[in-house]
Ligand binder design. Structure first.
Ligand code: PMP
Length: 436
């Protein structure tokens, strides 16, 4: 096998060395052979040698890399004015109207910040202010951000021994590999027992819940198919104990789930706060927390909210154009249709490839759970890593996810088509062959 060093040019090795020196060696790079990307267009990324890669991983470029209309909107506004939200400006209001029209009624006030972490951080502050409580419930393996408060809500990033006292984790409702299996209401309710235990544990440490925060795509947990009835039941328990439900839509919002515009809609429960990040700026940094007037009132009484860059006219122009493009190009429908085609193709492959244990997810967020044995469902993390690197070396970018790193993660720009799906399936079939 060729090593990563064999494939790197002198200038790439130099970049790797400078990067480690200047950004710190802990900031990891994707792939054994890191990519030096210089250009993007729609679902394609190009490296410094002009080689094209099919991007089946990056949800930040939600409507496609460097979408001409989004680029034009940013450039137009940047050439005219960029300032902060202490002045009157239409665009941030147009964006808020567009966004809240897509949300259930009652979720109608927007807080603009600059990242998903900040949106979750603000949501957390709102939940504490509104409830008067201090505890938080998160899924095992969740990821919600890098600020101190949101890192605490990200058990995927630290050992259980380091879990702060105000945090409790809920057992992953993994209907494929978890304690209870199968997607029935019984299983769903079975997993909610963990919520009772978590609330009791919080209470013992002197915390009532301020919030339950759930990534609607359960992406870092391995893209789970949540069992029927699970989320509404857990939300009810948390609300009864005085906490709010924060839907983290950073991964799956804006039509990605295909069936709905928001991931939480599939669960039939309305959140108290919705947080939005990466996809909404198509690469331009924007974070948004949307909530109700009631929560706003209590929050404002505690925190005088203002973010210098949040909601600036250039960011607002980017976000507004992204939302318009999603509608204009019917990207939610495309996510649904391409997903059905892609999932079927992977399931066909699974008929002869026993490494594929499960194919799940909704719309253009798909997880392929690789197993060493279909009976025991033992995770095949090393195989996933080999496939991830093989596909990169053969021009298709995917990711890996889940606590065992054995879930191939497919989360492309929303313009991903059936032709692109064909290329992904062919390369995946080759990869499965190659690693045998
Ligand atoms: N929530 C979820 C579900 C995420 O996936 C991420 C980023 N991966 C975040 C929050 C944090 O977003 P950001 O990196 O923009 O701060």
């Amino acid at each position: 096998m060729t090593t990563s060093k064999d494939c790197q040019t002198g200038s790439e090795q130099d970049l790797i060395r400078r990067r480690a020196q200047l950004l710190g060696p802990e900031l990891s790079l994707s792939y054994e052979n890191p990519l030096h990307l210089v250009r993007g267009e729609d679902v394609w990324l190009y490296d410094a040698d002009g080689r094209a890669y099919l991007d089946a991983y990056n949800n930040v470029a939600h409507v496609g890399h460097c979408h001409a209309d989004v680029v034009a909107a940013i450039a137009r506004q940047a050439a005219r004015l960029n300032t902060n939200t202490r002045y009157l400006h239409e665009t941030v209001l147009d964006l808020s109207e567009f966004l809240t029209a897509k949300l259930p009624s009652g979720l109608d006030v927007c807080f603009f910040v600059n990242s998903g972490s900040e949106a979750n951080d603000i949501a957390w502050q709102m939940a504490k202010a509104f409830s008067g409580n201090t505890g938080v419930l998160v899924l095992d393996e969740a990821y919600h951000g890098i600020s101190e408060a949101t890192f605490a809500m990200s058990p995927s990033e630290y050992d259980a021994a380091n879990q702060p006292g105000h945090v409790e984790t809920l057992e992953s409702p993994d209907s494929y590999r978890g304690r209870l299996r199968g997607n029935s209401a019984e299983v769903g309710i079975g997993y909610t027992e963990s919520c009772d235990q978590a609330l009791a544990a919080l209470a013992q440490r002197g915390h009532a819940p301020a919030a339950l925060i759930i990534d609607s795509g359960t992406s870092s947990s391995g893209i789970l198919d949540l069992p029927d009835g699970y989320l509404p039941a857990v939300v009810e328990k948390v609300r009864t104990a005085g906490g709010l439900y924060i839907a983290d839509e950073v991964q799956v919002g804006l039509g990605r789930s295909g069936s709905h515009f928001w991931g939480f809609e599939a669960f039939g429960v309305k959140p108290d706060i919705v947080t939005i990040g990466k996809p909404v700026g198509n690469g331009h940094p924007i974070g948004i927390a949307v909530t109700s007037r009631e929560i706003l009132a209590k929050f404002n009484a505690h925190v005088p909210f203002f973010s210098t860059f949040g909601g600036n006219p250039v960011s607002a122009a980017a976000g507004l154009e992204v939302l318009k493009v999603i509608d204009r190009q019917n990207l939610q429908d495309n996510a649904r249709e391409t997903s059905a085609y892609l999932k079927q193709g992977i399931k066909d492959l699974a008929e002869r490839e026993t490494l594929i244990g499960d194919v799940r997810g909704s719309g253009l967020l798909i997880g392929i759970d690789l197993v060493l044995d279909r009976e025991t469902r033992e995770p095949a993390g090393e195989a996933a890593n080999q496939i991830f690197n093989y596909m990169r070396n053969n021009g298709v970018l995917i990711g890996t996810a889940g606590p065992h790193g054995n879930v191939l993660k497919i989360r492309p720009p929303m313009t991903f088509s059936k032709t692109h799906a064909d290329q992904l399936i062919t390369t995946l079939a080759d990869a499965l062959n190659a690693i045998r």
